[in-house]
Every structure is written in C-alpha cells, then in structure tokens.
Design a protein. Structure first.
Length: 239
C-alpha cells in the first residue's frame, strides 16, 4: 500500500523501478477470474471486439494487458477449442470461468463469430493465419507470433476478457543482504526490506514483471535479512 515508501523515503532511502507493474490481459469479463494464459500457450489466440488479432500473444500476459486496453472498448476474446479446454481444466481459475458459464461454444467459425458479434470472414482469416504457423506452413503470422502449439479445430469456444492491473512492482533499493540503501548506495542504518517493500527483480513498465516476482523477494530477501542479522557481530547492529 506504499507504507514502506512513506516511512523510508524521508530517511533518504533509494527507490527503484516504481513504474513496473503486473498487468493481466486474461481476466474473464463475466466470471471476474483468470482465463489463464495457459490457453494461449496451448494454442489459443486473442481477438479484439471486432474479431481482429492485434499482437503476439506470447509476449506475456502482463505486457499484453496494455495492448488489450488500447483496443476498441478495451475488451477482447480468447478463442480456444475443446483440446485446450481439456488441457486447462486442471486450473481452478479456469474451472471458475467454465462454471460461471463464460465460455461461448460453436461448432463452426461462422457460428462462433455470430455468438461473439464479429465478422465471420475476419475471424476465419485470423484463425487461418495462426493455423499456418502451427502447421509449419509459415514461420510467423502477421502479428509476429512464431509459436502456435496446434491449429484450432471445431468445436470452438470464446471467452470475453478485459485487462487488469494486479499490483505494482518496484520499491526500496536493497543490497544482497536485503539492507535498504540510501541514495548514495550505502546501507541505511539497520533498516531491511523484503517482499513488496523492496525492489526485488523488477524492471520497468509491464515487462518489468517476472512471473514469481512477488514470492521471490518475499521469501528470498526475508531469508537474507534474517541470515545477515544472525551472523553480524552485536556491535555492528544499530540500537
């Protein structure tokens, strides 16, 4: 909630990567839970409200959230098939989406286009373009995607999605012992930071999020702080 910054910045603490964040492009508009990007990794594609693809979905769900937000209506559809549906059933979030009735099924591309309100010819062309990469007929599709696990096959399904901001990244600058650093790069007294208070492995912008980056500084930096305190001579520990 920013408490660490409010407490430490007046003491001269350094901060870094405060523009980094974790976004997600796969939030079900109906279920308000994640469709999960596993669908994309298994071969699903994302189209906007007009049925057009607008970027390489494999760049990552955090980066893709901003791309989706820039499309008409800031919404789109994950298009998948029965194979992907079966592969993704192991994820609780996805099952919540299914149980909420958020998937729209159809036996044909034309039928699916009608169900989601897009032009059938536009949707068919987009699926054919991705399928050519999956079959090895083209090294890359028109949006730059070069890895498609398999061509989509009937029956098809679509889930309406909206972009979401999950949390910010960045935080107090720390060293390898989780000691908070001042603006000159020196340890700031006996102050330590871990978890969301510390900068962790953040970079910049949406791409600054690395999967697992919340757990990594929470566990790793807290361990390093405790370890450092345990081995420091008592005289080095500030009062």
């Amino acid at each position: 909630m920013g408490d660490a910054l409010r407490l430490a910045e007046p003491l001269g603490a350094a901060v870094s990567s405060l523009d980094a964040y974790q976004g997600h492009a796969g939030l079900s508009a109906a279920a308000r839970t994640l469709v999960t990007w596993t669908t994309v990794m298994a071969g699903a594609v994302v189209v906007d409200a007009e049925g057009r693809r607008f970027g390489d979905e494999t760049v990552g769900y955090s980066e893709y959230a901003a791309m989706l937000a820039a499309r008409p209506g800031a919404r789109g559809w994950v298009v998948l098939d029965a194979r992907i549906d079966a592969l993704t059933q192991g994820f609780r979030d996805y099952r919540d989406v299914v149980e909420a009735g958020a998937l729209r099924w159809a036996d044909t591309v034309d039928g699916l286009a009608a169900r989601i309100g897009v032009d059938a010819a536009v949707l068919a062309a987009e699926l054919d373009d991705a399928a050519a990469v999956a079959r090895g007929e083209s090294p890359v599709d028109r949006v730059g995607r070069c890895r498609v696990a398999a061509a989509l096959a009937p029956p098809y399904a679509a889930v309406e999605i909206v972009p979401a901001l999950f949390h910010t990244q960045g935080g107090l600058g720390v060293d390898e012992h989780a000691r908070v650093l001042d603006v000159t790069g020196r340890p700031l007294g006996g102050l330590y930071a871990s978890g969301g208070a510390a900068v962790g492995m953040s970079g910049h912008g949406a791409a600054g999020y690395l999967a697992g980056n919340g757990l990594l500084p929470a566990l790793g930096l807290a361990y390093r702080a405790a370890e450092h305190l345990a081995v420091r001579p008592e005289k080095e520990i500030p009062a």
